[in-house]
Design a protein around this ligand. Sequence first.
Ligand code: SF4
Length: 448
Amino acid sequence: MAASTPNAAPKVGIVSLGCPKALVDSERIITRLRSEGYALSPDYDGADLVIVNTCGFLDSARAESLDAIGEALAENGKVVVTGCLGAEADLIRTTHPDVLAITGPHQYEAVLSAVHAHLPPTHDPKIDLVPEAGLRLTPRHYAYLKISEGCNNRCSFCIIPSLRGDLVSRPINAVLREAEALVASGVKEILVISQDTSAYGLDIKYAPSKWKDRMVSARFFDLAKELGDLGAWVRLHYVYPYPHVDDVIPLMADGKILPYLDIPFQHASPRVLKAMRRPANQERVLERIAEWRKTCPDLTIRSSFIVGFPGETEEDFEMLLDFIEAAGIDRAGCFKYENVDGAASRGLADHVDDDDIAERYDRFMEVQTALADARAQTLIGQTLDVLIDGYDDDMQAFEGRTKADAPEIDGVVYVSSERDLAEGDLVRVTIEEASGHELAGTEIWRGG
Ligand code: SF4
């Protein structure tokens, strides 16, 4: 197999089989690869890696696709499979166990992640149009890190799986490489996102991949631990309370990752949760939260809830209010149930009428605001780490967030300081005032 000379653009070959839709997919893949600095090779010899975009429509097309994979393996050795036959990963793995990765149709991100994992892009700041950490819409100092696409759950109110398909996890070395590049480009806070973060790696059987000088498994815990070594704040979003979530709490207690869990519980009544078809066992949730807080007393729990789900009775709703108080949910978003087109919950019996939904929403917000207020009062007099997001002209103060606050969705801290602070500065602030999700205080600054 020919390889690129050091510093030359890595070269990818592509074998495109099947219908015009598959051809368009191939074009999209090569367009993205070219924009990332990869070169294309017209033959196996000149390629560092070959993508085979397969067809799975007829038996003859499937046989042709399997033959093409075999040929690419024999001629080149480094092969990533995508396209329609990719949906039958077991068949491909049985016939060709040496393929590097298998992704299904239209899974561009997954194909690119597989290429990044096995043939990292080179970055030349003098000629690349795109910085190594990619183009981002967030401010320079924080960034979202997407670890997977799609979802294996089938919550009855949600149509995401029908839009985005089943869970497709990115290889862990591709995720870590992106995170490292983000930190190198000045990112101080990484927000881990997906549809179901705690399910990370399930679809790829937690496949280990090479990171630095070692193999790392694509597991939720390993991901959190490795991210925690990069020197930025790491915040976990969309975590479901599967048992293995308990394992990351000590990482939070040790300061490796932020003591913050965004768990969309959606409800607390077992009857409603069953009708919602929510993942993860809700039993013992209160006990587990108490154990988490014992291990990590600073833990902040954010959650979201739906009120007025079909069949929700007054008793169910009160169970929900009791839950947010008993669990001490620190941050809660509340959504009024909506009949989304295509969602299974549309067909459920006993839809709650709009006035009742509105009334329950108001009661939820009242309890939640009182909880947030009580929590905020306990912070007065404490000195907290605050990441500066900018300057607020109206408040005539710098604006930042504590470890308990994710950008856009949680609270803010207004900071007075005798010096000029910049976005991304991490400062110590003594809290003097508190109300709901807003805090105000003064930077502790001893000159420097
Ligand atoms: S709401 Fe349920 S089905 Fe929808 S993305 Fe989240 S876990 Fe998946």
